[in-house]
Design a protein around this ligand. Structure first.
Ligand code: SF4
Length: 336
């Protein structure tokens, strides 16, 4: 399924086309990512949302080729600033990771070395990816901590990760992701482990820093509230496929895909400033397991608009208003 975004790989900061990830198992080949396409422009925040099992995190991991074995990319392409990166050798890819692409994960311990001082970790990353001198790297490390709002940054350079609170540690991870001056940041549930009061601060910080620097962001979350507050565009994933991708305000207020509408109806107050009280409605059924993805449109057993074609053929992604939508309600049904 190809998104009709109109942009070419050369024009977009990140272009993911028809990406397929497969996991061979004794019971068959699983496809947690099945033909995913989207683009991210410089300075843009794309939210990737869906229920657990939709393929959000594995799509992010595939882009930077951090898939856990035996998962592997089985098709499609990934271009960063016009350069194809899914076929790079491991040395070139290591330079892209941390250099052109920064990462922020839910658990800071996956990014921070508990045995190394924060300042040393930041300076080492700056030296590795920017090729700066030791003293310049130290200055950059200090500035990076100041930029993410660490109080007493000069004194905290010599602290270890465990000496920071959860919220402050995640700020350090953001500093680490940005110190290599990346073009793109992939943030996977970056605030899910934090207190609600700290979540908004950390997300606001990530958003502002990336805006100022023109950094593109792929923000993976299960939280429609985070999407509404933080992103410019949103891709809604279902069973490893893009159900709908478009500008966030349009998708939140006028979704074209029945699954997106269901997600919205099951989220309390997803639209910022909207005080209307509505009855929450659950989508019947649950996300299919990877061994039992339904034929045709994977959402058809749960959809109230199912037609005969829905269980037979997978819908193409077509432009609908300002979005791209994979649903037969918006496509011409082929004659059989
Ligand atoms: Fe529903 Fe059919 Fe559209 Fe799938 S393709 S979302 S089953 S109407």
């Amino acid at each position: 399924m190809t998104a009709h975004t109109g942009a070419t790989p050369a024009q977009s900061l990140l272009s993911v086309r028809d990406l397929i990830v497969e996991i061979p198992t004794r019971r068959g080949v699983l496809r947690p990512v099945d033909g995913v396409s989207f683009e991210i422009q410089a300075g843009e925040i794309l939210g990737v949302v869906g229920e657990s099992g939709a393929g959000k995190s594995i799509t992010g991991a595939a882009i930077i080729r951090l898939l856990e074995r035996p998962a592997r990319i089985a098709g499609g392409s990934v271009h960063l600033a016009g350069r194809r990166i899914d076929t790079l050798d491991s040395d070139s890819l290591r330079r892209v990771r941390g250099g052109q692409i920064g990462t922020v994960f839910q658990d800071p311990s996956t990014s921070l070395d508990p045995l190394q001082r924060i300042g040393d970790q930041l300076a080492e990353t700056a030296r590795l990816h920017l090729g700066v001198s030791r003293s310049n790297a130290r200055e950059r490390a200090l500035q990076a901590l100041i930029d993410v709002g660490i109080p007493g940054a000069a004194e905290r350079l010599d602290a270890y990760p465990h000496e920071f609170s959860g919220g402050m540690r995640q700020r350090v991870v953001i500093a680490l992701a940005l110190i290599g001056e990346p073009d793109l940041v992939i943030a996977d549930e970056p605030t899910t482990a934090l207190d609600v009061s700290v979540q908004a601060q950390v997300l606001g910080l990530l958003k502002n820093l990336c805006r100022e620097r023109g950094t593109g962001v792929m923000l993976i979350t299960h939280d429609m509230g985070v999407i509404a507050e933080t992103t410019d565009r949103v891709a809604v994933l279902y069973a490893g496929r893009v159900a709908e991708v478009g500008p966030t305000p349009a998708v939140l207020t006028d979704a074209a895909h029945p699954y997106t509408r269901g997600l919205m109806a099951s989220t309390p107050n997803p639209i910022p400033g909207d005080k209307h009280q509505r009855r929450l409605q659950q989508i019947p059924g649950s996300m299919p397991g990877l061994l039992s993805v339904p034929t045709g449109c994977a959402f058809h057993p749960r959809c109230e608009h199912t037609m005969a074609i829905c269980s037979q053929r997978r819908p193409p992604s077509v432009p609908v208003r300002s979005s791209d939508v994979g649903c037969w309600l918006h496509s011409e049904v082929p004659e059989t």
